[in-house]
Design a protein around this ligand. Structure first.
Ligand SMILES: Nc1ncnc2c1ncn2[C@@H]1O[C@H](COP(=O)(O)OP(=O)(O)O)[C@@H](O)[C@H]1O
Ligand SMILES: [Mg+2]
Length: 510
């Protein structure tokens, strides 16, 4: 029999200008994987943050194990056996795995009555926990040297060390590669099978289908429906999430290639750590072509994108744009030459988070006559552009152009970057992981923009870890493996399986 463990009753939470949760009620049962599905800004994080004691709702109540609770802090949530892995990890980067896991609850050993932290026991406990749940970590490793997936395992172990029974995951797979996602989903099932209750926030239908027992769908702060995952179709879930049908393949006309716009010749780029991350890569992108680079994370994609965009130094080879050599030109010269860039790191490269939305649009061209003359800022242009782009790209924010970008949801931040870069109408536009962390509706929109850029006649360089995205958008596919372009071919000539082989470095070299 289903035994309720968490009940949300009529939860309402308002932020200035927005109702983030509007009378949301549902029950999570002990021992189930309960997914919360919804587009960016639907109110998912706000709702579970209330359960974890980060916000107090304005109205309604939360029951834990049948008892109404005022959860006023994460510490109190911890005493109720509630743990959470946040979208952005909260680990101490210069501490070891074991130090992070036991932080605040360190085992103590007394020598002559004086208490010492017993790190040997901490390491043993962590190793035992890691073994028991199949979460591979080395207790002595320092966090800052670890991969994102490994850090996530540490966050999970940290909850388990605290004996949490109700485990909340906020978009845990947004930062993982396809292989890591599969391993994570397996972990979630193991946790459920050992008796834990899982609340899993995601907007990826495939993941819900793969592991969840039930699923709540939220849209614009409200609960839309609760579904039994086994019997619900992904189409039905997708429709409820966005309020209309969405198709999962982008419609596009055949490409009409123009002249070569980007000519990359023998490009070699060193990584920040000093090794050669890109090794003698050559390819061309024509006007009206989407050239998509497929590959497993960390095979030189970041260095490739950054060097073509002018953010990383080229050690040898050349980057030619419309016949002009822009190798190692400044960022300013790249912009003037006509390179738009949607970077992977939205927070540090893509936006100035403490500026308003309106103030983020002119960042690339603020010193051109369009925005200022003789040091006088053209506020009229700022305002008009901001209003136009918000409307055209459906950028939602609580206070329009005056919203501080930091306060916007990730999906809306990404829309703002894409709007700004596309609005420059450049001959070359680079999309680096453009849909990472976005919900299904937003993903489809971004892919439409990619195709629209191509059809406008731009040369599009798309770099993505998502093979579906590559197959959906590409006219030509280049596979990057270990810094080398191991295969380049028209998209129609390659299947996912063949691309996968080159991505793993086992394909026959062309
Ligand atoms: N601290 C905050 N201040 C102001 N608005 C917020 C804050 N946190 C969330 N919001 C707004 O509340 C809405 C719901 O956000 P959130 O719960 O993060 O959605 P989701 O997790 O489903 O993407 C969004 O419109 C968001 O901009
Ligand atoms: Mg969220």
């Amino acid at each position: 029999m289903a035994e309720p463990i968490v009940e949300f009753r009529h939860i309402t939470k308002k932020f200035p200008g927005i109702v983030a949760n509007d009378d949301v009620s549902f029950t999570v049962n002990k021992g189930e994987i309960f997914a919360v599905l919804g587009e960016n800004g639907a109110g998912k994080s706000t709702l579970v943050s209330a359960l974890f004691g980060m916000y107090e709702p304005d109205g309604g109540e939360i029951l834990v194990r049948g008892k109404p609770e005022r959860i006023t802090s994460p510490r109190y949530a911890g005493t109720l056996g509630i743990g959470m892995v946040h979208q952005h990890f909260r680990l101490v980067s210069n501490y070891t795995v074991a130090e992070n896991i036991v932080l605040g609850l360190e085992p103590v050993r007394r020598v002559c009555g004086i208490p010492f932290v017993d790190m040997r026991k901490a390491n043993r406990d962590v190793a035992a926990l890691s073994e028991r749940y199949g979460l591979k970590v080395s207790p002595d490793d320092v966090i800052e040297d670890m991969s994102v997936a490994a850090m996530q395992r540490v966050e999970i172990l940290k909850m388990l060390y605290r004996e949490a029974e109700i485990l909340i995951f906020d978009e845990p797979t947004a930062v993982l590669t396809p292989q890591e996602i599969d391993a994570f989903l397996q972990t979630v099932k193991t946790l459920r099978d050992s008796g834990k209750t899982i609340i899993l926030i995601t907007h990826k239908l495939r993941e819900i289908k793969a592991v969840a027992d039930r699923c709540a769908i939220m849209a614009r702060g409200k609960l839309v429906s609760i579904l039994d995952v086994k019997t619900a179709s992904t189409d039905e879930m997708a429709r409820m999430m966005v309020g209309h049908d969405i198709s999962f393949t982008t419609e596009k006309a055949p490409a009409k290639f123009g002249p070569v716009v980007l000519d990359v010749d023998g490009l070699t780029v060193k990584s920040a750590a000093g090794y050669e991350a890109v090794k003698g890569v050559s390819f061309q992108v024509h006007a009206g072509e989407v050239f998509a680079v497929a590959g497993v994370s960390g095979n030189g994609q970041n260095e490739l994108a950054d060097s073509v965009a002018g953010l990383a130094e080229v050690s040898s080879g050349r980057v030619i744009l419309n016949g002009h050599d822009i190798t190692n030109a400044t960022v300013r010269e790249h912009i003037t030459a006509g390179v738009a860039y949607i970077p992977e790191d939205r927070h540090n490269v893509g936006l100035v988070l403490d500026f308003t939305l309106r103030g983020n649009f002119p960042l690339r061209l603020y010193d051109t006559p369009k925005y200022s003359r003789k040091s006088i800022i053209n506020y009229k242009e700022y305002n008009e552009q901001s209003a136009r782009l918000q409307e055209q790209y459906d950028i939602r924010s609580s206070q329009g152009g005056e919203t501080i970008v930091r306060e916007m949801s990730g999906g809306n931040q990404q829309k703002a970057i894409i709007a700004r870069e596309i609005d420059m109408k450049t001959p070359l536009i680079i999309f680096m992981q453009p849909t990472r962390g976005l919900d299904a509706g937003a993903v489809m929109n971004v892919r439409k923009y990619i195709i629209a850029e191509r059809d406008r006649g731009a040369a599009v360089l798309l770099i993505s870890l998502d093979l579906d995205e590559i197959l959906d958008c590409a006219d030509t596919i280049g596979v990057i493996y270990s810094g080398k372009m191991s295969k380049i071919a028209p998209a129609g000539e390659l299947t996912a399986e063949v691309i996968g082989e080159y991505m793993m470095g086992v394909g026959k070299t062309a």
